[in-house]
Write a protein that binds this ligand. Structure first.
Ligand SMILES: Cc1ncc(COP(=O)(O)O)c(C=O)c1O
Length: 476
């Protein structure tokens, strides 16, 4: 029943009970209302969906600010949820949704101030050229529409992406996500992969005189080989800061040079800001702006943080791209996208960002957290690299400095031990060895001190264990 501690493993097999509920494998009656999330599709035994900490999952029942609370009332510090951008269940965002829900929630075929006001507010954050907005419900929908826009505008079909990228779960996006398609039926003939501009472990590293130019030349090489095959580039898709790929900070100037090569081939530049937009990077509102004032993408996709947990997403583009899309004569309709409620939520998120000055807060707390982590790097040789900007930070754990081999097991161990201190952190990167920080933007200086003190204790203890040749076990 609701509030009980049913563990997922105890409700894997189901038997329908004529609308009253289901019987779990353990024989417990599961009321009808719970069936949606207890359905076999959510069952970890199917291995399609994963829980955090599968060996000892947490049942979260409440969230507030940067904290999550389990059913016993234990408080966890959330260092990873970049969807709860302005804080879990922020009262002003919840109130905006509630108030608008009481008045009207319908599709965007009627005139409504919210959608106009929202597009206007978003346009104030972006370069002038990006002045047309499409509203949707998820990051995947946004990237899928970006792909359609790019193909329609250019009349081309092929896409260039960075290695290890993830752009969403729709079929079209699995196809352009090496992170996913490498485990499936492989790379489609219209998808082309360029090396990740990772200056720590990639082809060109921090000692290279011009890593931006060198990595952009790799994209140019990919573009040329595509053209030699008689194929044509519709788009270059890139996360403005590749996150799944390991919290990577592309060298400044890389995007400008890539855009030149892509535009030269008749394609468009799509910046995926789904994880990293809305002030997270501190210095700027959009992560692509880290590349320099002179850089403007042709399409920007937004999701996750945009609605603070409410399903909102957006594609921003130029008049020229939008006009080419219109020219098909095919209507763009999205049942929920751009509803008055979604737009009210989006507006409230922007209001809170402004009122609580969360972008500036991310800049100052983020640089303080980086300083603390740099001190840890000097103390613990397992920390090979600390990189980041604002509240988007990666701590790259390595086996040894000479090879920079990912310390995967050790990273898992740190994450698991932090949970014992009620701190939620996670790993990313192809080696799953990069500890990633992307907390709600209200993450504080005290939170930073707390998590780094615990990391220090865990790493010190781990080093002692390794010296005495003890095997690391996931649970200490
Ligand atoms: C960079 C990036 N793009 C797109 C998506 C897809 O967003 P959604 O899960 O909202 O469909 C994700 C989700 O993790 C993402 O990280």
């Amino acid at each position: 029943k609701q509030g009980s501690t049913l563990r997922p493993s105890s409700f894997c097999a189901f038997q329908k009970l004529g609308g009253k509920g289901t019987v779990s494998a353990a024989g417990a009656l599961v009321p009808s209302g719970l069936q949606t999330w207890l359905s076999p599709a959510c069952c970890p035994h199917s291995n399609s969906c994963r829980l955090f900490y599968p060996e000892d999952p947490i049942k979260i029942v409440r969230g507030q600010g940067q904290y999550l609370y389990d059913e016993q009332g234990a408080e966890y510090l959330d260092c990873i949820n970049n969807v709860a951008h302005v804080g879990h269940c922020h009262p002003l965002v919840v109130q905006a949704a509630h108030e608008q829900n009481q008045v009207l929630n319908t599709n965007s075929r009627y005139l409504h101030d919210n959608i106009v006001d929202y597009a206007q507010r978003l346009s104030e954050t972006l370069p002038e050229k990006l002045s047309v907005f499409y509203f949707l419900n998820s990051g995947s929908e946004a990237n899928d529409l970006a792909l359609r826009l790019a193909r329609q505008y250019t009349g081309h079909w092929d896409v260039v992406v960075l290695d290890h990228a993830y752009h969403g779960h729709l079929s079209s996006l699995i196809d352009i996500s090496p992170y996913k398609f490498r485990d499936l039926d492989g790379q489609k003939e219209w998808v082309h992969v360029a090396p990740l501009p990772d200056t720590y472990r990639g082809l060109y590293q921090e000692d290279h005189p011009d890593p931006a130019g060198a990595y952009a030349n790799e994209v140019k090489r990919v573009v040329s080989s595509v053209q030699e095959k008689g194929r044509k580039i519709a788009a270059f898709f890139v996360e403005s800061l590749p996150s799944v790929a390991g919290q990577i900070i592309p060298p400044a100037g890389f995007f400008q040079e890539v855009a030149e090569h892509i535009h030269g081939a008749g394609g468009v530049f799509v910046a995926d800001e789904i994880q990293v937009g809305f002030g997270r990077v501190g210095k700027h509102f959009w992560a692509f702006q880290l590349q320099g004032e002179d850089f403007v993408p042709d399409i920007v996709t937004m999701g996750k943080s945009i609605g603070n947990g409410h399903p909102v997403a957006c594609v921003a583009t130029t008049q020229a791209v939008a006009r080419a899309f219109e020219a098909t004569g095919v209507e763009y309709f999205n049942t929920f996208g751009g509803s008055p409620v979604s737009c009210a939520v989006g507006l409230a998120v922007l209001d809170v960002l402004e009122k609580e000055q969360l972008q500036a807060h991310a800049a100052s707390v983020g640089s303080y957290l980086m300083e603390l982590l740099e001190e840890q790097k000097a103390k613990h040789p397992i920390i090979g690299d600390v990189r980041g900007t604002g509240l988007f930070i990666g701590v790259d754990l390595i086996k040894d400095e000479a090879t920079r081999t990912p310390a995967t097991e050790e990273a898992n161990y740190v994450v698991s031990r932090l949970k014992d201190y009620y701190i939620l952190l996670s790993t990313d990167g192809p080696g799953r060895n990069v500890l990633k920080f992307k907390p709600p933007m209200c993450f504080s200086v005290d939170n930073a001190q707390h998590v780094v003190a615990k990391m220090d204790a865990i790493l010190t203890d781990m080093e002692e264990k390794m010296r005495s040749c003890e095997t690391l076990r996931l649970r200490p």
